[in-house]
Each structure stands twice: as structure tokens, then as C-alpha cells.
Ligand binder design. Structure first.
Ligand SMILES: [Mn+2]
Length: 365
């Protein structure tokens, strides 16, 4: 990769890292507010400002303005932000992408200027129109660095190759390699990434909270905002002091909150989750609310909520969407987020970033 920026962080103070905003301007502003973000903080936007969520153009406009007016705000590119390059290079396949996706930055821009795509539209024409109105934004996106290196951290959207010199990493891999936490690197620094929703790494109780792997020196922070039904937008916070750095996080999501009306103690043996890409399941024993299922690709067994099990035309079983198979303990009076309360007997909730099932009566008045 060519575009690497070096950044000198002060010895003391706060660094806030946010990745994968994906067009969620409301959540992003709410998160900055929740973190009490001020001009004294460093803010690193770790890629994927746009696509998938509803207001990509506003996220790009807002982050551009933040970066222009605050010298402590730094932005790197994600695979979704790099799409604008396909437009600049007049890649005709971009037209198929635009036709297939409901929410795209380029689609929002075209709509804003009243340009209707049709079967005869050419990529040159689209580029010409958008350069006229959004030339500044396109140039800014195309010039974002791929990585930022500091004293103890490297910020990059998806990951680094495990080579002698990390700077030799192919840009396409830095932007889009899958599941970096299952890989390794030799930089000697903490590598902070987004891109791969951390819930995909879950084993026991599925969680959207950032994962810090001290041994591998990888910090994965993508809360699955927009992409996952339980998703959240995380702010990973590095507090720097003379004694060293400490880590914490905050998150926001769009789930409704509710007060728990009855205690429930989870059975710790009922755990796990079904996540991308292992959606195939084999039912073993059907119960009234949950079915014990085997996941053939991993050999693991899970209790899957019956409403989440689908059978396709070949007779094979799969699941409706990523889902927790864990139970979670709750205490009367505490506030939780509700993910799904339309199933029989049990409700799916999120507490402190973790998702699990509780009896439905625990949410009844
Ligand atoms: Mn990404």
C-alpha cells in the first residue's frame, strides 16, 4: 500500500476510534455526544463511512467538515469508501452495483441532483455529473490514507499481511481481508481494525463489543452496525497517561430499551450463536421453543429458537439471520435492549453489548 500517514499522538489524552459508520449519521452524532467528544480528543475514523445505511452523503459531508476544522480528526479509507475510485476509473460494473443496492453514496448523490439511472446510462455520464457537483467529496475520499501509524498503534480498516514489512500489504487486503483476528501480523504494535463484525468471532455469549487480543496485538472494533440484527456502533477509547495506555469502549444502537420485571438466571450450558458464514444447521431434537441443532461445518451443537429455523426447497435447514443461542441472566429493574419479542415463550435481548434469550414473562408488566 502507498498511502500511509504517520501521526504523533500526545503522551496523555484520549484517542477515540470509530469504524464502519455505514451512513448512520444519527448514531454517529449520538456516539460522539455520548463520548463527550471535544477538540482535545483525537478522533480516528477507521474506514467505511458510507454504504448500507441510510445517509452516506451526510456522513461523508459531516466527517469531511470535522476533519477540516479539527486537526485532531483523522480518517482512513475502508473498502466501501474506495468505491468512488471505480467511478473515477470509469468501471462500468459500478452501474450493476448501483442498480442492485438500495443504499449507496453514489445513488444518494444522483438522487440529490435529480439524475435518474436507466438502461442507457453510461459510467462516463455518471462520473461527469457527479464530478460537477461532488468533485471535492470524491477527491477527498480518493485521497484518504489506507493506514495511519502511531507510536504504539496502526489503524487500518480490515487488516495487514503477516509479512516482514507490513507496509508491503496489498491495499486491497488492507481494505477488505476477512476475519483478521484469526490471522496474525509482525508489526510489534497494536493493529486496530473494523470491517469484520466482531460478533462473527463469538463463541459463548455473542457480543458486539470490541475485542482486544493482547497476544496477537489485534483490536477488532466493528460492532456490526447496520449489518447485524443486534448491531451497534462502537467507540473504542484509548486513554493515554504517563503510566501507559488503558482501553474502554462505549456504544450506541437503535434497539428499544425496556425495564426487566422479573429475575432470570441463565443456564450457562445454553450458549453460542450462529453467525456468518456458518448458517447451515441440522436439527437433532425439536423442543417446544428451541431445537437442538448441529452445525456441520464446526461440529458444534446449539439450541436454536424454532422461529429462526428455515427449510429450503431441497429440504436443507438454515437460519433466518444471525442469532444468539445463549441464555442471559437479568435482574428485576435493570434496563435491557429488545432485539426480538415476537417469538413464543422467550424474548431476545441485548445487555452490555451481549445478546441472549430470556423468558418473555421477564419483560411483562
Ligand atoms: Mn468494510
Amino acid at each position: 500500500m502507498d498511502k500511509i500517514n504517520e501521526l504523533k499522538l500526545p503522551e496523555t489524552g484520549r484517542v477515540i476510534v470509530i469504524s464502519d459508520i455505514h451512513g448512520e449519521i444519527g448514531l454517529f452524532k449520538e456516539l460522539l455526544n455520548k463520548a463527550g467528544f471535544s477538540g482535545e480528543d483525537y478522533l480516528i475514523i477507521n474506514g467505511d463511512l458510507c454504504e448500507k445505511g441510510g445517509n452516506s452523503k451526510e456522513v461523508v459531508r459531516y466527517v469531511m467538515e470535522l476533519a477540516a476544522t479539527n486537526p485532531n480528526v483523522h480518517v482512513i479509507e475502508g473498502n466501501c469508501d474506495a468505491l468512488v475510485e471505480h467511478l473515477l476509473k470509469e468501471n462500468p460494473q459500478l452501474l450493476n452495483y448501483l442498480a442492485a443496492r438500495e443504499h449507496t453514496l453514489i445513488g444518494e448523490w444522483l438522487k440529490e441532483v435529480g439524475f435518474q439511472l436507466n438502461d442507457h446510462s453510461t459510467i462516463q455520464e455518471v462520473k461527469e455529473v457527479l464530478l460537477r457537483y461532488y468533485g471535492k467529496e470524491m477527491e477527498w475520499l480518493a485521497n484518504l490514507p489506507t493506514a495511519i501509524e502511531t507510536d504504539r498503534y496502526i489503524f487500518v480498516h480490515a487488516g495487514l499481511e503477516d509479512g516482514e514489512d507490513w507496509k508491503e500489504t496489498e491495499r486491497s487486503n488492507a481494505l477488505a481481508m476477512p476475519s483478521f483476528l484469526e490471522k496474525s501480523h509482525r508489526t510489534g504494535k497494536f493493529v486496530v481494525v473494523g470491517h469484520w463484525p466482531v460478533v462473527n468471532y463469538s463463541t459463548d455469549i455473542p457480543s458486539d463489543n470490541p475485542i482486544i487480543d493482547e497476544a496477537k496485538k489485534i483490536i477488532a472494533i466493528d460492532g456490526g452496525n447496520v449489518i447485524k440484527p443486534t448491531g451497534q456502533l462502537n467507540a473504542f477509547i484509548i486513554q493515554r497517561t504517563a503510566e501507559g495506555d488503558s482501553f474502554s469502549h462505549l456504544y450506541v444502537d437503535k434497539l428499544p430499551s425496556r425495564a426487566v420485571t422479573k429475575d432470570f438466571v441463565a443456564d450457562s450450558a445454553i450458549k453460542g450463536s450462529i453467525n456468518y458464514p456458518f448458517y447451515t444447521i441440522v436439527p437433532v431434537e425439536r423442543g417446544e421453543f428451541f431445537t437442538l441443532c448441529r452445525q456441520p461445518e464446526t461440529g458444534r451443537m446449539f439450541y436454536v429458537k424454532n422461529e429462526y429455523i428455515l427449510q429450503n426447497e431441497n429440504g436443507d435447514f438454515t437460519i433466518k439471520t444471525d442469532v444468539s443461542c445463549a441464555q442471559i441472566s437479568v435482574t428485576k429493574g435493570e434496563t435491557v435492549s429488545v432485539i426480538d419479542e415476537d417469538c413464543s415463550g422467550y424474548a431476545l435481548i441485548k445487555k452490555e453489548g451481549k445478546a441472549g434469550w430470556i423468558p418473555g414473562e421477564c419483560l411483562m408488566d
